[in-house]
Each structure stands twice: as structure tokens, then as C-alpha cells.
Design a protein around this ligand. Structure first.
Ligand SMILES: C[S@@+](CC[C@H](N)C(=O)[O-])C[C@H]1O[C@@H](n2cnc3c(N)ncnc32)[C@H](O)[C@@H]1O
Length: 262
């Protein structure tokens, strides 16, 4: 049994290996595309919900920002101060390249989210959490506590994530149930295919944690976040569940949540 630091340190090494693969596979192309004033990663759900939130001038933080391409979209959509936080040295370095190419003002900080104390308390109008962020985090309570602390009063958590039901299904084919929705121990992965490039293998081990919908909603409630939007969808936003969209009984594949700091 590992502790939280062991899990996150193992995952940091894996993310650095992943960043090197992405760097050689698609970042050169991205460095060109990201210069466009209208560069945007938002799909129809994000377009609709961000129109409601209105990003204009808002201070936005993205925990687990990866290479910041989504945060660059937020900035180009009119946000004010933008801060990205990520544990991977290599993804933060990649993000700085992209921010420079996009010619936008975004601060990127390499940090384990669990090492953050009070330095960002009460500073943000929006906390932006997107696909593939939650599952790498061993302690959901401390994580949602951090998101809540970073918000100003009336600030909003915007989450657009993979649905936790997805863990139950085989990822390669069909909709066969293979895993327990309520699993409480970590999933160890090794020699896995990269989610952007299925032909590339990530050799470093990593740990993934199941957080049920009840865990996520419950932690928002416990940390003073009033949920005012929640919706489930049958489209895949993860790159690993597209086959499930085609299955006869399609499970929910992602959800959106907006919660306001009390
Ligand atoms: C799949 S990415 C998801 C982010 C973004 N939605 C994307 O698609 O690029 C997951 C990110 O979480 C970061 N991460 C994992 N554990 C973390 C931790 N404890 N603290 C900060 N970042 C973490 C990883 O480095 C990685 O960049």
C-alpha cells in the first residue's frame, strides 16, 4: 500500500514520459495552430456552458492543466488572469512553449496539487476542471477542498469530466462489465497505450483512482459548493471510450457540473 506522495510521484514520472511522446507526435503542429486568434478546444457542451458563465475578464485557474492548450482557449475566449497548475515538469515546459507561441499572458506553475497550502485562496472566479483530471488524484476530499478554497465568494467550479461509470467497461471493445464501480483500491497501469497515440506505449507505471458520482457530488456539498448545474451525456470526451458510444446500451460517458461557492 503506497501513500499519497508515492502515488503522485509515480504518476509524475509517467506524465513526464507521456509529455515526451506528445512533444514529438503532435506539439509541433499545435505550435502552429495555437497562434490563430480563434484557436479553441471547447466542444458544443463547453461553448454552451461557458456562454452562461461568461468568461469575460474572469480570473480562471485550471488544476491539472497539462500543456495548457485548454487554458489558452479560455484566455482567448476573453478570460482575465489565468493560472495553470500541473505536477509534470515536462508538460509545464510544453505549456510554456505553447503559451509563448499563442502570445497570451498565462502563468503556469509546476506543483503537486496536494502541496498547495493557502497561496491561492479566494483568488478565482472560475476553477476549470476538464477531462482526465480526477482519476489521478488519490484523495478527492482534499482535492475538492482545494478547489473550493481557491474560489472567491460566488466563484464557480466548472467540471467537464469522464463519467465514473466508464471504469466498469472494457476499454478495447464492447460494453462488457469488467470492473467494480465502487472499487476503493488504486488501479495500477503499466505498458499502457498513450491516450493521444494508441501506437505509442507508456512504460512507466501509474495509478488511477475511481471516484463515484456520489463521491464527487458529496465532496462538493461537504466543501460548500452549491451545485446549480449537472448533466450526463452519451458522447466520449476521453479518447478511450469511443467504442462505447456505438454499443447497444450506451452508458453515460461524461458529465458537466457547475457549482457556486457559498
Ligand atoms: C489527462 S491530463 C488532463 C488534463 C487536461 N484536461 C488535458 O486533457 O490535457 C491529466 C493531468 O493531470 C496532471 N496531474 C496528475 N496528478 C497531479 C497532481 N497530483 N497534481 C497536479 N497535477 C497532476 C498530469 O500531470 C496531467 O497533465
Amino acid at each position: 500500500m503506497k501513500n499519497r506522495e508515492d502515488y503522485t510521484e509515480t504518476n509524475r514520472v509517467m506524465w513526464n514520459e507521456t509529455a515526451a511522446i506528445h512533444q514529438s507526435n503532435y506539439v509541433n503542429d499545435l505550435l502552429k495552430r495555437i497562434k490563430a486568434p480563434d484557436y479553441c478546444t471547447f466542444d458544443a457542451v463547453e461553448q454552451r456552458l461557458f456562454a452562461q458563465i461568461d468568461l469575460s475578464g474572469k480570473a480562471v485557474v485550471q488544476p491539472s492543466c497539462n500543456n495548457a492548450r485548454e487554458l489558452i482557449s479560455v484566455k482567448k475566449a476573453g478570460a482575465g488572469r489565468c493560472l495553470g497548475l500541473d505536477i509534470s515538469d515536462a508538460f509545464i515546459a510544453q505549456g510554456k512553449q505553447l503559451v509563448h507561441a499563442a502570445d497570451v499572458d498565462i502563468e503556469l506553475v509546476r506543483t503537486n496539487l496536494y502541496d498547495i497550502k493557502d497561496e491561492y485562496n479566494g483568488q478565482f472566479d472560475v476553477v476549470y476542471v476538464t477531462v482526465g483530471a480526477l482519476g489521478w488524484l488519490p484523495d478527492l476530499s482534499d482535492y475538492i477542498g482545494l478547489l473550493s478554497r481557491m474560489l472567491k465568494p460566488d466563484g464557480q467550479l466548472f467540471m467537464y469530466e469522464m463519467h465514473p461509470v466508464m471504469i466498469m467497461f472494457e476499454t478495447e471493445s464492447g460494453s462488457t462489465v469488467v470492473n467494480d464501480y465502487f472499487q476503493r483500491t488504486a488501479y495500477r497501469e503499466e505498458d499502457d497505450a498513450d491516450y493521444m497515440d494508441p501506437d505509442a506505449k507508456i512504460e512507466s507505471p501509474s495509478y488511477w483512482f475511481q471516484h463515484t458520482l456520489g463521491d464527487i457530488l458529496g465532496q462538493c456539498i461537504d466543501h460548500g459548493l452549491n451545485i446549480n448545474h449537472f448533466e450526463e451525456y452519451r458522447h466520449d470526451i476521453s479518447n478511450v471510450g469511443a467504442h462505447l458510444e456505438q454499443s447497444e446500451h450506451c452508458p453515460p460517458l461524461c458529465f458537466s457540473l457547475i457549482a457556486k461557492k457559498a
